[in-house]
Design a protein around this ligand. Sequence first.
Ligand code: ADP
Length: 494
Amino acid sequence: MYDRESHYIGGRWVRAAKSDRLVVHNPADEAVLGHVPAGTPDEAALAVAAAVRAFDDWASRSVAERSEVIRRFTACLKGRAALLAKTITEEVGSPASFSARVQVGLPLLTFDSQPTHASEIVWHQRVGHSMVLREAAGVVVAITPWNYPLHQIAAKIAPALMVGCTVILKPSELAPFNAYLLAEAADEAELPDGVLNVVFGTGAGVGSSLVAHPDVDVVSFTGSNETGRIVSELASRSVKQVHLELGGKSPNVVLDDADLEQCVAEGVARSMVNSGQTCTSLSRLLVPKRLLSQAEEIAASAVANHPLVDPSAEVEGIRPTVYSDKLAHLPTTFALGPLVSANQRERVVDFIRRGVHDGARLVAGGPQRPSGFDQGYYVLPTIFSNTTPDMSIVREEIFGPVLCLQAYDGSDDSAVTMANETPYGLAAAVRSKDPERALAVARRIRAGQVEINQARFNPFAPFGGFKQSGHGRELGTWGLEAFLQTKSIQLPPS
Ligand code: ADP
């Protein structure tokens, strides 16, 4: 049982004023995992004041000095890597090997790589009689979700700290304990007081107080579109910079020359990563109409590659390590844990029921409780065919293990039209034996990241959305740019 009673503000553990606590459940067995404080507007204001006080000193330090602090912080995180992975498995439900390799491995890489990225930024340059400077944008509020909790925290706070911003983090109330460990690591690494503050609580409570606070310069948000719109509106009242990383309904386009067997099996796998609770989940598999029934058969048998498991069961022998591109290749066989919460399960099951009601055909799975899993927020990996573009399962982000097969008439033009037939634009994939042809299609898809064939996630490439998937870019040097201001100083004639 994790019982946490404090926020981390101004370099100290500040006992929460209010007796209200938020309960966190383990999604695999529905047991109470622990509690965190429900932060108040006063506590939010305290954290902002601490970040404001710390800003001048932190921002004026050299890149080398800040790099040293980030390295210490990273080392303290690495020292907690196994505990972080165990904690994320317990609060999110992702299987232990996935927690070790991705949930913890990826943020460690993000922290590790900051000094290198900082060395690639042009911090000052002369443009005629002007000196152009890149400076820290100010006080940053980072609001993060639960699906890749530490990764999303790292993608925001590591570059923000690196460039000299001070930060208030409000982690998801569904998965707050990894953030608590992160605050402990910051404390052990002796980050200067107030440079990183962590406040726990609900979005509507402490989250919106932080977003609305007039002394905050930047709000970096990852989460649902619905909340993103609220956060954006609230932040715009005081003209803050806002970065939004929102949802997706990403197409995986199989062109007519592709190896169907391989592409459909991979396509099923790519829709099931983290039980489908992935914003870049390739949740629409587009196949030529004439190949649809073959694709259905392949998909139906590929579901067997994704058995449901107790997420903490497969711990042995896998230790968290810094993520590397070598590990980036996604296997086509991996197990699925439960969804994060009872609400999330209900939402996903409701989508599945609506899909059936709207006339889509179940190729695999369904809304019923998986046998052998009487407890826990498990959902069967589910595949629909006979879908039409107007169905909610095709239009809306489900955020669960649900894949929709969509049939296009066979031409690349119709594949592109169907791929772009969504208000989202986060991710996409194109599969073809002809890389040139795949590239031509990839260029026409309106999405922030498009992969071709077996190309996998690149943790140093810019990450972010087109259209209603948000704006702003994270990771790599782009991740640092997001927290920089640009100043020009016009120099007098000499
Ligand atoms: P999810 O985590 O399911 O994607 P949300 O988009 O609701 O769902 O949550 C993402 C993050 O946004 C969480 O940390 C949550 O507490 C926070 N949040 C929710 N509502 C608000 C709000 N009105 N203002 C600020 N933050 C919010």
